[in-house]
Write a protein that binds this ligand. Structure first.
Ligand SMILES: NC(=O)c1ccc[n+]([C@@H]2O[C@H](COP(=O)([O-])OP(=O)(O)OC[C@H]3O[C@@H](n4cnc5c(N)ncnc54)[C@H](OP(=O)(O)O)[C@@H]3O)[C@@H](O)[C@H]2O)c1
Length: 389
């Protein structure tokens, strides 16, 4: 395992996450998961990521790493647990930190990350709470999660975040690209998550793939419409490149992330020892420069195709009558996420509609939901400039 130094930490360039324990990628075998974490430690992984929001992941991680706690870094996240509305008030953060420490069975957290943006709490208040926790020795560093760009910058102006989390893989490149100027200006370490594209870049999925509604990929835009076809083509490209060098597609996917400036850790979330061992093998291998250049050219062509198709999909979903509630819900999520990723709209303009929509997730079998979905479709038509598409 190779390590990357950022400020006072020397972090394994591949880190392991525990998001899968919240059930987002389907049911997992807990005993196998525990073996996977231990094996990661044996293979030199020293960075483990969790969150108060990931079901009982903190407790499970705390149990497994207790015997070697001092040898590793634990990163966890604050601001959302159970509810869908984030809370980053001082009182909440102080209480949440105590609870995380208890569940993790440790007296300090190496990296405490703001999980989501809470527009109702001033950032000054959140930063003050985090600085207090550093002073008290309860956390060593704090970082920010996937927040709107201007909010991330506000944290950098008001405090000293160690790092920023961003979804970054060959199929999700936008947020990293937008973050680059901030990383340079404020010396932020960039921690990439979902580096295998939530499994998409492993080559395990095919056209027509179905997911259970409880699996996040059922509604994740990455697995819908043209976006999924695009991802499958990139996965194929990685498989071809891997063949040339005796690497698997997922090893190419992780090495590709690690080839980018500012990345201090590539997080992946396997739940079996086999997948872990495959992923960790990506460390220490560098994709030759000429292949990286050729990939960039390939992405440019694919991105152009995708942008065009996505605009057509947004128009179609917003203009045509909605389908049955499950499908309509997934389509409207697709519109919001796509409009954001194409920078057609800013996060703050659409956040309240997103929360309203997401709040319907568990009510899709109720009679009145169709009307609510139609209202949201109409609201979206007002904020997304269809003429510009
Ligand atoms: N996803 C988020 O929204 C998010 C946000 C902030 C932070 N994070 C942190 O980042 C960590 C990594 O993100 P992620 O969990 O989305 O990572 P990921 O590795 O991109 O996605 C995990 C999915 O990929 C599959 N996978 C991984 N390696 C594989 C392999 N070699 N072969 C086949 N399938 C493979 C896993 O399947 P198996 O379960 O079958 O192994 C699982 O379904 C999270 O666990 C979390 O700690 C995530």
């Amino acid at each position: 395992m190779e390590y990357r130094k950022h400020k006072s930490l020397k972090i394994s360039e591949i880190g392991i996450g525990t998001y899968a324990l919240s059930g987002v990628y389907g049911a997992k075998d807990l005993e196998e998961f525990k073996r996977m974490i231990y094996r990661a430690y044996e293979l030199g992984v020293n960075f483990f990521d969790t969150a108060e929001a990931y079901g009982n992941a903190e407790q499970i991680l705390g149990d497994i790493v207790k015997p070697f706690r001092e040898d590793i870094y634990i990163a966890t996240k604050v601001g959302i647990r159970g509810d869908i509305k984030p809370n980053l008030s001082k009182d909440y953060i102080k209480k949440a930190c105590e609870e995380s420490l208890k569940r993790l069975q440790t007296d300090y957290i190496d990296l405490y990350q703001v999980h989501f943006h809470d527009p109702t709490t001033p950032i000054e208040e959140t930063v003050e709470a985090l600085e207090d926790l550093v002073e008290e020795g309860k956390i060593k560093h704090y970082g920010v999660g996937h927040l709107p760009l201007d909010v991330t910058e506000e944290y950098c102006k008001l405090g000293k975040p160690f790092s920023v989390l961003t979804e970054f893989s060959a199929v999700t490149r936008e947020s990293y690209e937008k973050l680059l100027p901030l990383y340079k200006k404020y010396n932020l370490g960039i921690i990439a998550f979902s580096t295998t594209g939530r499994g998409l870049l492993t080559g395990r999925f095919k056209e027509g793939q179905k997911f259970e509604p409880a699996d996040i990929r059922y509604l994740d835009p990455l697995f819908q419409r043209e976006r999924f076809q695009y991802g499958l083509r990139i996965a194929k490209k990685f498989a071809e490149l891997g063949e040339k060098y005796g690497k698997t597609p997922v090893q190419v996917a992780i090495a590709w992330v690690l080839a980018h400036e500012g990345i201090i850790c590539a997080l992946t979330g396997p739940s079996t020892v086999k997948h872990l061992e495959e992923n960790v093998e990506a460390s220490g291998w560098e994709i030759p420069k000429e292949d990286l250049r050729e990939l960039d050219e390939f992405f440019k062509r694919e991105d152009e195709w995708l942008r065009q198709k996505q605009k057509e999909s947004i128009k179609q979903i917003l203009i045509q009558p909605l389908q049955e509630p499950q499908r309509a819900f997934v389509d409207l999520i697709y519109v919001i996420e796509t409009a954001l990723s194409l920078s057609i709209i800013e996060e703050k303009e659409i956040l309240s509609i997103f929360y309203e929509l997401y709040g319907l997730r568990k009510k899709l079998d109720k009679e009145e939901v169709s009307e609510k979905l139609r209202d949201i479709q109409a609201e979206l038509r007002k904020v997304i400039p269809l003429d510009a598409l």
